[in-house]
Write a protein that binds this ligand. Structure first.
Ligand code: PLP
Length: 368
C-alpha cells in the first residue's frame, strides 16, 4: 500500500513507538502521590515540556486533551462562555474543519452569533471583510493555520492582529501546521499528536498566560481543572517524542516535502490544483479533473491510499464544504482527490501512485 493521506493521519514514528513501549508498564495514576504515580506523572510532565518546546512556548500552559477536536471545543465554547457579556460574535472561516465550524454553529443555541467569513477562489479570506466582522462585538476569532483539505495557509498574522486590536480572543487550529511551520501568534492553539507521527487519542490546547476558558467537563480537577480525567502517560509520552522529532527534523522534513511537491506537480501537470498555489503547505496536493468520479478512482486504485478530502466527511457522500467554499461546482468537487505526503513518502512511491491514478483517471474518460 502506498500511503498518501497524510492530512487524515500519519504513521507512528518508530522513535515514538519505542517511547510508548517504554512507558507501557508505568501503570500508576499520574495524580497519585506514591512512587508509581510519580513515575507516571514524570512521563506526562516530560512530554508536556517537549510539546511546549516544539511549540516554542516558554510561557502559558499546555493542557493535554483526547485530541484537537476536544481542544477546539474547550477553546471555542469555553472561550465564548468566558467572554464579556457584550461580546456575542464568534467569527471563523467557511473552510475550517468541522471541529471548529460545528462547535461555532452550536453556540447559536447559547445566544451567540456565529459569523462565517467567506474565502476567495484561492481559499484565502479577504482582510477587509474580516476587519469589518472582527470588532468589539466579537468574543472570539478561530482560524486554522493550514487547511486540511487544500493545504492553503491563511494570512494569520494579519487576521490575529485585527483581532488583537479589537480585544478579541484568538484561536488557531494548528493541527496541520504544528511541527512544520512557525507557531502562530494566537491566544489559544489546538494541536494533535496523530498528524505528526504520534499516537491517536491525544492532543493539546496551549493557552497564553491569563487566558482562562470555562471548563466543559467537571471531575477530578486534572489539567488545572480545564480537562478533568486521568491522562494516559503512554499517549502523552508518544506525543512528546513525536513533537520533539518534528521540531528537530522540521527543516529536513520540509525540504523532503518540497521536493515531493515539485515531483507531484510534474506528475499531475494536467490536473487542476484546488486552492492557492503560493500560500500553501507543500505536503498537500488537492487536484481535480473535469468529469472525474473521484470516489470511483479511489476504489479502482486499491493499492494507493488517497482521499476525497476530510476523512470525517469522506463517508458522507456530500461534496466537501471546503471545495464548495472556493467556488467548485458539485461536479468539480466530486472530481477532486487529495494527495498528502510527508516524512516517509519516497519519490518512487509517488511516481508509482501517479502512474496508477493517471491511468485510472484516463480510463474513466474512455468509452467502455
Ligand atoms: N483540525 C484539523 C485541521 C484537522 O485536520 C483535524 C483532524 O482530522 C482536526 C482538527 C481534529 O483533530 P483530532 O483528530 O485530533 O480530533
Amino acid at each position: 500500500m502506498i500511503y498518501l493521506d497524510y492530512q487524515a493521519t500519519t504513521a507512528l514514528a518508530p522513535e515514538v513507538a519505542d517511547a510508548m513501549a517504554a512507558t507501557m508498564d508505568h501503570y500508576g495514576n499520574p495524580n497519585s502521590a506514591h512512587r508509581p504515580g510519580r513515575i507516571a506523572a514524570a512521563d506526562v510532565e516530560v512530554a508536556r515540556g517537549r510539546v511546549l518546546d516544539a511549540l516554542g512556548r516558554s510561557e502559558g500552559r499546555l493542557i493535554f486533551t483526547s485530541g484537537a477536536t476536544e481542544a477546539l471545543n474547550i477553546a471555542i465554547t469555553g472561550g465564548a462562555r468566558a467572554a464579556p457579556a457584550g461580546r456575542r460574535r464568534v467569527v471563523t472561516l467557511a473552510t475550517e474543519h468541522a471541529a471548529v465550524l460545528d462547535t461555532v454553529l452550536a453556540l447559536r443555541h447559547e445566544g451567540f452569533e456565529p459569523v462565517i467569513l467567506p474565502v476567495d477562489a484561492d481559499g484565502l479570506v479577504d482582510l477587509a471583510i474580516a476587519e469589518a466582522a472582527i470588532d468589539e462585538r466579537a468574543a472570539l476569532l478561530a482560524v486554522m493555520q493550514v487547511n486540511n483539505e487544500i493545504g492553503v495557509i491563511q494570512p494569520l498574522d494579519r487576521l490575529f492582529a485585527i483581532a488583537r486590536a479589537a480585544g478579541v480572543l484568538t484561536l488557531c487550529d494548528a493541527v496541520q501546521g504544528f511541527g512544520r511551520l512557525a507557531t502562530p501568534q494566537a491566544d489559544m492553539i489546538a494541536i494533535s499528536a496523530h498528524k505528526i507521527h504520534g499516537p491517536k487519542g491525544v492532543g493539546a490546547l496551549w493557552l497564553r498566560g491569563g487566558i482562562d476558558p470555562q471548563p466543559l467537563l467537571h471531575g477530578g480537577g486534572q489539567e488545572q481543572g480545564l480537562r478533568p480525567g486521568t491522562l494516559s502517560p503512554m499517549l502523552c509520552a508518544g506525543f512528546g517524542v513525536a513533537a520533539q522529532l518534528a521540531a528537530g527534523q522540521r527543516h529536513a522534513d520540509l525540504a523532503h516535502v518540497g521536493a515531493l511537491w515539485e515531483q507531484a506537480s510534474r506528475l499531475f501537470a494536467d490536473w487542476r490544483i484546488n486552492g492557492s498555489r503560493e500560500e500553501r503547505y507543500h505536503g498537500n496536493l488537492n487536484i481535480s479533473r473535469p468529469g472525474l468520479d473521484a470516489a470511483r478512482l479511489i476504489s479502482d486504485v486499491r493499492t494507493v491510499a488517497v482521499s476525497l478530502g476530510s476523512a470525517c466527511a469522506s463517508g458522507s457522500g456530500r461534496p466537501s464544504h471546503v471545495l464548495k467554499a472556493i467556488g467548485l461546482s458539485d461536479g468539480e468537487a466530486r472530481g477532486s482527490v487529495r494527495i498528502g505526503f510527508g516524512r516517509y513518502t519516497t519519490a518512487d512511491e509517488l511516481e508509482e501512485a501517479a502512474t496508477l491514478l493517471n491511468k485510472a483517471a484516463t480510463a474513466q474518460g474512455m468509452p467502455a
